[in-house]
Design a protein around this ligand. Structure first.
Ligand SMILES: *[C@@H]1O[C@H](CO)[C@@H](O)[C@H](O)[C@H]1NC(C)=O
Ligand SMILES: *[C@@H]1O[C@H](CO)[C@@H](O)[C@H](O)[C@H]1NC(C)=O
Ligand SMILES: *[C@@H]1O[C@H](CO)[C@@H](O)[C@H](O)[C@H]1NC(C)=O
Ligand SMILES: *[C@@H]1O[C@H](CO)[C@@H](O)[C@H](O)[C@H]1NC(C)=O
Ligand SMILES: *[C@@H]1O[C@H](CO)[C@@H](O)[C@H](O)[C@H]1NC(C)=O
Length: 398
């Protein structure tokens, strides 16, 4: 079926639906179609979940499984699925004779901690391209997913895989230069990347083996869910605030009380009130993004549950300045039309304040999840622009 036909079929199946496409977005009709499809899928998933047929996230996993790829080697790359310390990974190893030891990139995929895989077409395509362009070894990590495996299992899987890879013997085996390794991730994978780096930067065995981190529209906190970007993009493309909260909560618990409290921004327990200063957008957001929003502190002390400690621990923004100081060279990409925009912007400010070398790219007409649209049949110019920015930063800095 040709791409035009596919778009036409989608267009017929999903007629004008509640879609909000911000001004000035490139290829608006295509984005509308993709967004309408995503929202229909989300609605169907919610309906089926309410009917008790299949859970929301299982429905997503089932339909996205058609986009999983097999490891395919070609003349330039050996691609294979392997096991790094008990965690499934996909490896991309250049076959040509190396001039010198190669750089390496570990990529942690997005999917709100409950879906996605490094084997999905878009990530497979991206990781291949990075391996080719940088003559680098790339490792995609298939960490276990929530809600079957709540926090900290997904994070621990990422840490295990990275630690396994960073052993001298393994780096040597793949011809990797231990001074040129980057940990990357998009969306929830960006959160995982930031946390892996925070964790290993204090570990004498690994701290000198992480040269850089690259975070693409990362989600970095679930403390304040009414930042300007949450309000401006409540119904935004691909990731509406409601879906962010629903899936973000599943990382921590299945208790429905959490998303309800988080929706009202009333989920932070009293014991964590002192941590709110680390995510205070009024302090850390550049003036340009504050617009006419008025800061209201999240309401603390209403909600209390033992699992709330996890909400702090899954938030890399809840780190003090001395913890941030030791972080390596950093790349952060944010998109204007993204509920998670301010997480990234605040991290940029906080890292800069702590003296970390940060490159920040802001995509004015960008929206969350654009990287998922870089191969057939769902190409978006925006997806390619985001991918190219990420790859050029790696080319220049790794
Ligand atoms: C292999 O690498 C060459 C040189 O970089 C490139 O022109 C070619 O397109 C690559 N092949 C594939 C299948 O990616
Ligand atoms: C947030 O920042 C504003 C202005 O910088 C300040 O007035 C307010 O007390 C801060 N609140 C918290 C919880 O840090
Ligand atoms: C909230 O729960 C935690 C742990 O479950 C407990 O230590 C704390 O005292 C509780 N706080 C309040 C205000 O109930
Ligand atoms: C920063 O946090 C770390 C880990 O929680 C703690 O050990 C350290 O004392 C804190 N430093 C400051 C200055 O608060
Ligand atoms: C930041 O790192 C880059 C190397 O990637 C370097 O060229 C640049 O000088 C550094 N900037 C600062 C302020 O250290």
């Amino acid at each position: 079926m040709g791409h035009k036909t596919l778009y036409f079929v989608l267009f017929c199946i999903f007629p004008a639906y509640y879609i909000y496409i911000p001004e000035g977005i490139e290829e608006p009709w295509k984005v509308q179609l993709l967004d309408a499809s995503m929202k229909m899928i989300s609605l169907t998933a919610m309906l089926l979940e309410n009917m008790g047929i299949i859970t929301y996230e299982e429905f997503y996993l089932t339909i996205s499984s058609v986009l999983l790829t097999r490891p395919e080697s070609d003349g330039n790359l050996t691609v294979l699925d392997a096991d790094f310390g008990g965690v499934p990974v996909r490896l991309y190893v250049p076959t040509g004779a190396a001039q010198r030891r190669r750089p390496a990139v570990v990529f942690l995929h997005g999917g709100a901690f409950v879906m996605g895989s490094c084997k999905l077409e878009a990530y497979n395509f991206l990781n291949r391209m990075v391996a080719n362009k940088l003559d680098a070894v790339v490792v995609g990590v298939d960490y276990r997913l929530a809600p079957q495996y709540h926090f900290p299992v997904p994070l621990e899987d990422c840490i295990s895989a990275v630690k396994f890879f960073l052993q001298d013997e393994i780096l040597r085996q793949y011809g990797v230069d231990s001074a040129r390794v980057c940990i990357s991730g998009d969306s929830s994978g960006g959160a995982l990347a930031a946390q892996v780096v925070q964790a290993l930067k204090n570990d004498p065995e690994f701290k000198d083996k992480i040269k850089a981190q690259a975070l693409i529209y990362p989600g970095l906190q679930l403390f304040d869910t009414l930042m300007p970007s949450h309000m401006e993009n409540e119904y935004g493309p691909i990731l509406p605030r409601k879906v962010l909260i629903k899936l973000g909560c599943l990382y921590v618990t299945k208790d429905q009380a959490l998303p309800q409290a988080m929706w009202k921004n009333q989920h932070v327990p009293q014991e964590h009130k002192h941590l709110l200063k680390f995510v205070n957008w009024s302090t850390f957001l550049p003036e340009k993004y504050k617009k006419n929003h008025v800061y209201t502190e999240p309401i603390t002390g209403i909600f209390n549950a033992s699992y709330l400690n996890s909400v702090a621990h899954i938030s890399p923004l809840i780190a003090n300045d001395s913890e941030l100081q030791t972080l390596p060279l950093t790349y952060v990409l944010t998109c204007e039309h993204d509920v998670l925009r301010d997480d990234g912007l605040i991290y940029v400010t906080r890292l800069q304040n702590a003296g970390v070398n940060v490159t920040h790219d802001h995509v004015e007409d960008g929206f969350h999840g654009a990287l998922a649209f870089i191969n057939s049949p769902f190409h978006l110019h925006l997806g390619h622009r985001v991918k190219d920015k990420y790859i050029s930063w790696l080319e220049e800095n790794l």
